[in-house]
Design a protein around this ligand. Structure first.
Ligand SMILES: Nc1nc2c(ncn2[C@@H]2O[C@H](COP(=O)(O)OP(=O)(O)OP(=O)(O)O)[C@@H](O)[C@H]2O)c(=O)[nH]1
Ligand SMILES: [Zn+2]
Length: 339
């Protein structure tokens, strides 16, 4: 006979983990989380206080009680167990704090085929779209898709146009002006002051396809970038070349940049027409006479008449339609690349 309920202490129901400490997830690699812990001398035993003296990286795994809940870079979490950060120690993440934003991609832009939306980064304030003005040539369709992902995640966007020594920014800037997207123009060896201003004190995610100068930028912004990344990899013991997931790097002036190697585009299958439309508040009223389920792309869309009547800027409608159609068709810019 099994003992009756309540005859044993219920160790599984640990109360709220009162002794848990806070941390910030800087890297995720196959079930191991690298977490920055700030010194906290306020609580705990003398032994704990000693442990908690310094700012350190702690490696942790997910507590079983979190089930399938994902933990991603940018998450703020609560940790228990060995939080010393010493080599070969492992803490446990027992809680993920509520997120202010969540950037996700559908699995349709990866090798996975299960159609699940994958969170990439939590709590980002800003998505920085890095695009070269030349070599490789800019891919507006990809920029559009990233903008849609940012609207969906409800985070700000910044267009960072690189390699301005090779081509002028005017064309691209004009294309994104109606969308109200902020931009900065940079080139290798040039000033990054304006960019730094946009980044200071915020959590920014960098996206852009190969060759646009993202590494050049990261290395200029975070002088210790390479060291920081290999430190993270050393902490997880995974070797320096194995990390393919996002890594958060701290900026000297405060704030974080999160590089997302391998994320060149976003699956947008989960983003609704309404979500994109919500980024165009000046056009929403014009849709009241649209047929039910209007895609706003086809004949019969009431927005044409609304704009023709002078209620909104035609360039805005054009931008809305460009973004709406960017959700469909080729996923990772394959069509564009083929041309
Ligand atoms: N002319 C010019 N070349 C640049 C500039 N910035 C970067 N490059 C060059 O462009 C190439 C690609 O730069 P990276 O920084 O490696 O680009 P990336 O986006 O990190 O590319 P991946 O490492 O493939 O993801 C390198 O040869 C850089 O030296 C720039 O402002 N002007
Ligand atoms: Zn419509």
């Amino acid at each position: 006979m099994r003992p009756g309920k309540g005859s044993r202490p219920r160790t599984r129901n640990r109360p709220a983990h009162e002794d848990a400490i806070e941390g910030f997830v800087v890297a995720v690699d196959r079930g191991r989380y690298t977490i920055l812990v700030e010194p906290d001398r306020a609580k705990g035993s003398a032994h704990k206080r000693k442990q908690q003296h310094q700012r350190r990286l702690v490696v942790a795994m997910k507590a079983r009680e979190l089930g399938r809940k994902g933990i991603v870079v940018g998450d703020r979490v609560a940790l228990v167990g060995d939080v010393s950060g010493r080599p070969d120690t492992l803490a446990r993440v027992v809680r993920v704090e509520p997120r202010t934003s969540m950037l996700r991609r559908s699995a349709d832009d990866t090798e996975d085929t299960d159609g699940i939306e994958r969170p990439i980064v939590a709590n980002a304030d800003q998505l920085v779209i890095v695009a070269a003005l030349a070599d490789p040539p800019p891919r507006p369709r990809m920029i559009d898709r990233i903008l849609v992902a940012a609207f969906d995640a409800e985070i700000d966007t910044l267009l960072c146009l690189t390699k301005s020594d090779l081509a002028p920014p005017d064309g691209l800037v004009a294309l994104y002006e109606p969308l109200g997207v902020s931009h900065v123009v940079v080139h290798k060896g040039g000033s990054l002051d304006e960019l730094r201003e946009h980044l200071a004190g915020r959590i920014s995610v960098l996206v852009g396809h190969s060759g646009v100068g993202k590494s050049t930028l990261v290395n200029a912004l975070v002088p210790d970038a390479n060291r920081a990344v290999s430190q993270v990899n050393a902490v997880t013991g995974r070797g320096r070349h194995t990390s393919t997931s996002a890594v958060a790097l701290e900026l000297p002036e405060g704030g974080w940049i999160i590089d997302t190697p391998g994320v060149r585009s976003f699956g947008l299958a989960h983003v609704s027409v309404e979500t994109v439309l919500a980024a165009f508040p000046d056009l929403v009223e014009g849709t009241v006479h649209c047929p039910k389920g209007c895609t706003h792309l086809a004949d019969g869309c009431a927005l044409d008449a609304w704009v023709a009547a002078g209620n909104a800027d035609p360039a805005r409608l054009e931008s809305l339609r460009r973004l709406l159609s960017s959700r469909e068709g080729a996923l990772d810019d394959t069509a564009e690349r083929a041309t």
